[in-house]
Design a protein around this ligand. Structure first.
Ligand SMILES: [Zn+2]
Length: 280
């Protein structure tokens, strides 16, 4: 004979308390999930703000994150051109530089050197300086150290094969350089070349006079000026850069500036006992 206790139905799964108030439980669970999601979003926004508002601006002043301006006694400025070589703009820029007898620095992409080796030769033969702008122009943040090293080594190899002697400075694609690239370059005592004057020539809204003014209002002795002789977007021409350069060079000279290559700028600082700095 079964006892009263044995006749009781066994609890079903889910448990009875849940079965009785399942909707309430789900609602409670939803509220908790929403609260946690809200908290996570708030934390992410705070971290983003701190990172870009406080950490990076301070960290990027350290020399290991790149030379943006060089402490010099003379009024020297280095014009730099990224993303080439690329026809027809590299050749047009070379012609303007020839006309004014100016030597500049070209940070070339390895893949572009493969496509237009004769243009790289033309840059070298006309006495300009070449730098490394990675092989494929991918953002080098959050990549494996071996991948980053290969991006730099591939372009180094091409520049050396083209006849480049002496130190080769590196400019990271898009200026992105956290954290492995600075370490790799620091370890091999190489210059991470940034800029403190951005011409903004990649901005489709900026006309020639805006580009010129953009540079003239920011330039200081020891400035490194960012311009582009190549364009990763085939729809975007560099005609404005070529035109702006022809106006900019005499305007800088009128203000007493002498235009030099990046290595000349760095050597000039060392010659006077200064060190390259990243001052604002
Ligand atoms: Zn670039």
């Amino acid at each position: 004979m079964k006892t009263e206790r044995q006749r009781q139905p066994r609890p079903v799964w889910p448990r009875p308390w849940l079965a009785h108030d399942r909707r309430g439980f789900v609602r409670c669970l939803g509220q908790q999930a929403a609260a946690i999601a809200g908290l996570l979003v708030a934390l992410a926004l705070l971290a983003y703000g701190l990172w870009y508002g406080a950490v990076l601006p301070v960290a990027h002043r350290w020399a290991v994150f790149g030379v943006r301006q060089v402490a010099v006694q003379e009024r020297l400025v280095a014009l730099t051109f990224d993303d080439g070589p690329q026809p027809p703009y590299t050749e047009q820029i070379l012609q303007v530089l020839d006309r004014f007898q100016v030597r500049a620095t070209f940070f070339e992409i390895g893949r572009q050197i493969d496509r237009y080796p004769a243009l790289t030769q033309a840059v070298i033969q006309r006495g300009h300086e070449l730098g490394n702008h990675s092989y494929s122009h991918r953002n080098l943040i959050l990549r494996w150290p071996g991948e980053i090293a290969a991006e730099i080594a591939e372009t180094d190899r091409r520049l050396r094969a083209a006849g480049v002697a002496g130190p080769i400075a590196v400019r990271p694609p898009l200026g992105k350089r956290w954290l492995i690239l600075p370490y790799l370059l620091w370890r091999s005592q190489r210059t991470l070349a940034m800029w403190n004057v951005d011409s903004g020539d990649y901005d489709p809204a900026a006309d020639v006079s805006a580009l010129v003014q953009q540079v003239l209002t920011q330039v200081q002795p020891g400035s490194i000026v960012l311009m582009h002789d190549g364009s990763l977007d085939p729809r975007q021409s560099r005609d404005r850069t070529v035109a702006a350069l022809a106006v900019l060079i005499p305007a800088l000279r009128d203000r007493g500036y002498r235009l030099v290559t990046l290595q000349e700028l760095l050597r000039s600082a060392q010659a006077h006992g200064w060190t390259a700095s990243t001052q604002d």
